[in-house]
Design a binder for this molecule. Structure first.
Ligand code: PEP
Ligand code: MN
Length: 340
């Protein structure tokens, strides 16, 4: 529920109002704007007497939010959320970043060499999985804590912030030096994991589930935010459809729809969306043009021998071309976003 307060409402009146709302079990989020102060009420608002609220002296108007997601809702917070990392790098609100690296960390040499290559090409974050969610229990599962050590080595060598996937909250102690924690598609609705990540003071990259709606994605973001962590980045990575030629079907319209519904940054993963290295470039360009706040792209030093997702991995040289083309269309994408 959104309560818009009258122009000259004082700070004392606002805090008194918040206390009153607390008494009836609601959390009040106050956003002081130039023209108005907006208070977002979170909790069970079904019992709230709207007429009583409207009659209050300081209240200008009251709107119920129909959508079940509140903190992630654009109506709750009009401006784009900008995520700022420890090194000052920003994502969202016009700050576009490219995350690149191998699907999985295979050795120290591999992750360090890919890190150097993607950095030289213009990537601003390094990806690499140490805990891999594989369909087969017999497939390579990742190097776990050893992989995390190699990833940290690559961060130290290149200065690139790192993004890596968590599958179990019990592994959180290993993620202390990680800059962005990824929740993979398969765990998008692992609500206990999401609640744990709500207590972490790090940005969470939340990937859309294989067969989940955008509302379900936003509800998963809401789980993290409701548990106390508002630094969520949404990621469209393709969904399962009847089409089998591509690994998944990239839902490009998810970008403008999510941006309309939510203030959270939206990035796109053209690698998992297509499963095919040849399709990564066109989809990366399309996602950039459609207003994404960034990309996450798999790059491997030797895709033919990758232990995971080689078919969709770019070589460092191919990645250079993608980066150059993405950078070339970025100014147009920004103009277009401003006009939206
Ligand atoms: C990954 O990023 O390597 C990954 C497993 O992605 P997703 O969860 O989107 O399948
Ligand atoms: Mn992968």
């Amino acid at each position: 529920m959104i309560v818009i307060l009258k122009k000259n409402t004082t700070k004392d009146q606002i805090s008194q109002f918040s206390d009153q709302m607390k008494e009836i079990g609601l959390e009040a989020h106050t956003i002081v704007g130039e023209a108005h102060t907006i208070v977002g009420l979170v909790g069970d608002t079904s019992q709230v007497d709207i007429d009583h609220l409207r009659d209050m002296e300081i209240v200008e108007s009251v709107q119920r939010i129909q959508e079940p997601f509140k903190k992630a809702n654009r109506r709750f917070r009009e401006e784009d959320t900008v995520i700022t990392l420890e090194n000052g790098l920003k994502i969202g609100g016009g700050h576009f970043q490219v995350i690149a690296g191998p699907c999985s960390i295979e050795s120290e040499e591999q992750i360090v060499s890919v890190a150097k290559a993607v950095k030289a090409a213009g990537a601003t974050l390094l990806r690499g999985g140490a805990f891999k969610p594989r369909t087969s229990p017999y497939a390579f599962q990742g190097l776990h804590s050893r992989g995390m050590r190699f990833l940290l080595q690559a961060k130290e060598t290149t200065g690139l912030p790192i993004v890596t996937e968590i599958m179990d909250a019990a592994h959180l102690p290993l993620f202390e030096e990680v800059d962005i924690i990824q929740v993979g598609a398969r765990n998008m609705q692992n609500f206990e994991l999401l609640k744990h990540l709500g207590q972490v003071k790090k940005p969470i990259l939340l990937k859309r589930g294989l067969a989940n709606t955008l509302q379900e994605l936003l509800m998963s973001a809401e789980y993290i935010m409701a548990s106390g962590n508002e630094q969520v980045i949404l990621c469209e990575r393709g969904i399962r459809t009847f089409e089998t030629y591509t690994r998944n079907t990239l839902d490009l319209s998810a970008i403008p729809v999510l941006k309309r519904l939510s203030h959270l940054p939206v990035i796109v993963d053209p690698s998992h969306a297509t499963g095919d290295a040849d399709l990564v470039r066109p989809m990366a360009l399309a996602a950039t043009a459609a207003g994404a706040d960034g990309l996450i792209i798999e790059v491997h030093n030797d895709p033919a021998h990758a232990l995971c997702d080689g078919a969709q991995s770019l070589t460092p040289d191919e990645f250079v071309t993608v980066m150059n083309m993405v950078n070339a269309i970025r100014p147009y994408a920004e103009t277009y976003k401003r006009d939206m």
